[in-house]
Design a protein around this ligand. Structure first.
Ligand code: FES
Ligand code: FES
Length: 160
């Protein structure tokens, strides 16, 4: 099937198998390997990206292993590679400064989820953050520093 969408601000057109998962399309066809596959069963959140569907005007976070690529027809998607024109987005900077990652496998998913969460909750409490990232799993960090990083990022983004 023909697929037309926008990825990180660029129009993209591809021929895809209707069964192809969006995460596999992003990684294998577009070579955007910052989006990870941790479970393939919608549990871990490592594959989280942002999608603006044609009927909406805002980005929402989506676990890209839960969608077929063809379901993104006409949508705009953002992966971790397209998060910032600057060197690092404030969320990425805050993860770095707060040691919010160890192996880093879960990190792109957390960052994209944090981005969507902060759009809706610009001044969150730690409890809010914990609820907001509850669909993402990290096996290394114990979450404490991830929560700290998202709170720091919220303050920097608010100040901007
Ligand atoms: S790969 Fe784990 S939720 Fe998608
Ligand atoms: S940093 Fe290793 S899984 Fe999160």
């Amino acid at each position: 099937m023909k697929l037309k969408l926008t990825v990180n601000g660029k129009a993209v057109e591809s021929e895809v198998d209707p069964r192809l998962l969006l995460v596999d399309y992003i990684r294998d066809k577009l070579s955007l390997t910052g989006t990870h596959i941790g479970c393939d069963t919608s549990n871990c959140g490592a594959c989280t990206i942002l999608v603006k569907f044609p009927w909406s005007n805002k980005f929402v976070s989506v676990k890209s292993c839960t969608m077929f690529a063809v379901q993104a027809e006409g949508a705009e998607i953002k992966t971790v590679e397209g998060l910032s024109d600057e060197k690092l987005h404030p969320i990425q900077k805050a993860f770095w400064e707060n040691h919010a990652l160890q192996c880093g496998y879960c990190t792109p998913g957390f960052i994209m989820q944090a981005y969507a969460f902060l759009q809706e909750n610009p001044k969150p409490t730690s409890e809010d953050v914990r609820r907001g990232i509850s669909g993402n799993l990290c096996r290394c960090t114990g979450y404490q520093n991830i929560v700290k990083a998202i709170i720091q990022a919220s303050k920097e983004m608010e100040a901007k």
